[in-house]
Design a protein around this ligand. Structure first.
Ligand code: ZN
Length: 106
């Protein structure tokens, strides 16, 4: 189980939309999937409508977050996850593929 105090303090530090810099409405924050030390999260900006999909990972170095801006809805992301059962390797692959481009705007 995640430590949600750490979780929320991290979110507070990174709680702005990377596109328009508006503070996120944290009531819209969703956890889409959770597996081992990895949590897939989704939040949509109420101002510009872009969404941030991120993987939070507990590691020996602490909590790490990588994310990407997407125009998928959370339902679309969830449907994608239901079609192809996400396993831990997928999460790690996503994590690694995002690592170099974390929070960059495409
Ligand atoms: Zn925005």
């Amino acid at each position: 189980m995640m430590n949600f105090n750490v979780f929320h303090s991290n979110l507070h530090l990174n709680g702005r939309c990377p596109v328009c810099n508006t503070m996120y409405d944290l009531h819209k924050f969703k956890i889409l999937a959770e597996r081992d030390q990895h949590v897939l999260t989704y939040i949509q900006c109420s101002h510009c409508g872009s969404a941030l999909l991120s993987v939070l990972s507990m590691s020996p170095h602490g909590l790490q977050a990588v994310g990407l801006v997407t125009d998928l809805t959370s339902d679309e992301v969830t449907q994608f996850g239901q079609r192809a059962v996400v396993n831990n390797n997928d999460v790690l692959t996503l994590h690694q593929s995002l690592e170099d481009d974390a929070f960059k705007i495409p």
